[in-house]
Design a protein around this ligand. Structure first.
Ligand code: SAH
Length: 362
């Protein structure tokens, strides 16, 4: 069963015509402090605003404690526009897929995935994707554009607001995964800033191990991660350690070979990541044989690695198929022998095309 709703303009209003306001949600706390300093406003304002709009989840302008002059500045220069919810699909397992309409009418999707009456949110980082992975529905639409920080934060806030209104008893979003549309490390600046806002103590105050950025192995982004990214988890989409196969699945492997990617990911200093997870997509008769499992085991043996096995999620026009559960189990048991902690990821929301790799907003 899936339920379709079309909701127009429920989440905030567009900035008035003619006035070029900037989105409040594009600012990290440091940037907001700089903006306040440049405009000779009281320095207590930014933390108060972060608290008000993020921690207390207030939509109305902040009236308490904020100096009059700051209130006037906020009203004149900042807007609180969130992406518009265009369509909501709910599946029987309580997964919710949001289709968001952006200011230029492009669309992206985000998914709330339920766990014991709490949620993980799967966020998009780009409209479409440039990586062209052969097994991914998003890849078939190409890259339209990067999302801005406020559009990433906006997906979270709009979904949070919907939960509070519609499922007030279980409205907690505890984890964030950048596993929606796009390659997050290809949009490094916006994703990094969004993470800083998610982690900020005065902001959404998530713990570092609650945020995971998944990458197809975009090495230029990983190189920057080493010095710039706040401490969050990395997930590397592995899918094969055999060059010919990985080249076919993830074309950027030809430019950024997995060996370099893994070396880089494993070398990221303690202070900038918690741990590295490897995602292995299992495709029937392509990368699910015992030889593939042994190759993966040998490749990751002795590394500080966790593996998530994801059975392929089909989508319209896909060339690949999902293996039987028995194949998935035997793949896992081979990895177990290499002493690599391995989890089989349960698919949620696939009836509404909300599972990994099923998002497409062409
Ligand atoms: N670009 C990033 C994040 C987006 S994809 C990345 O590649 O990691 C998030 C995860 O979903 C990745 O591990 C990706 O390989 C996986 N995925 C993509 N298409 C899939 C499909 N059809 N079935 C199952 N997983 C898929």
């Amino acid at each position: 069963m899936s339920l379709l709703l079309r909701i127009q303009g429920k989440c905030g209003t567009k900035p008035p015509m003619g006035i070029k306001k900037r989105s409040f949600y594009q600012f990290t706390l440091t940037e907001l402090q700089e903006l306040f300093a440049e405009n000779s406003l009281p320095s207590s304002g930014p933390a108060l605003l972060f608290n008000w709009h993020y921690k207390k989840r207030m939509i109305a302008p902040c009236e308490t404690d904020l100096a009059k002059v700051s209130r006037a500045f906020v009203a004149d220069h900042l807007d609180f526009y969130l992406p518009e919810i265009d369509l909501i699909q709910e599946s029987a397992d309580k997964t919710v897929k949001f289709l968001f309409k952006l200011h230029d009418n492009l669309k992206v999707e985000s998914v709330l995935i339920p766990f014991n009456n709490k949620y993980t949110i799967c966020l998009s980082s780009q409209v479409g994707c440039a990586m062209k992975c052969s097994f991914c529905f998003t890849g078939t639409q190409g890259l339209k554009r990067h999302l801005q920080t406020e559009e990433i934060i906006g997906q979270f806030l709009a979904a949070q607001r919907w939960l509070t209104q519609n499922r007030p008893k279980d409205d907690k979003i505890l984890n964030i995964v950048f596993m929606g549309q796009g390659e997050p490390l290809h949009n490094f600046d916006a994703v990094k800033k969004a993470c800083e806002i998610f982690l900020n103590k005065n902001g959404l105050c998530l713990a570092p191990h609650k945020i995971t950025i998944s990458t197809a192995g975009y090495l230029p982004g990983l190189e920057r991660w080493k010095n710039e990214m706040p401490k969050v988890n990395i997930a590397v989409s592995l899918h094969s350690t055999i060059k010919e196969k990985r080249d076919k699945l993830i074309p950027i492997n030809q430019r950024y070979p997995i060996e370099d990617v893994v070396r880089f990911a494993q070398d990221i200093p303690e202070g900038r990541t918690r741990f590295v997870t490897y995602e292995y997509l299992l495709i029937k008769d392509f990368n699910d044989s015992p030889e593939d499992a042994h190759a993966t085991g040998r490749f990751l043996e002795g590394k500080n690695a966790y593996i998530n096995l994801i059975p392929f999620n089909p989508f319209p026009g896909a060339d690949y198929q999902r293996p039987q559960m028995q194949e998935v189990e035997s793949f896992k048991s081979i990895l177990d022998a290499y002493k690599i902690p391995t989890l089989i990821r349960k698919t949620k929301g696939d009836e509404i095309l909300a599972a990994c790799g099923q998002l497409n907003t062409k």
